[in-house]
Design a protein. Sequence first.
Length: 45
Amino acid sequence: MELKYPKAEFLEPGHLACAGCGAALAMRLALKTLDEKTRVVIPAS
């Protein structure tokens, strides 16, 4: 099976996660597979 992801990045720089953080990587890949109109909002706790 060959997976193709768009070259565009939808996770904006400036998040506070570490570069190799599993959560940030999962979010990056999830945003690449969803529609480009998808928005994710994480409120402050």
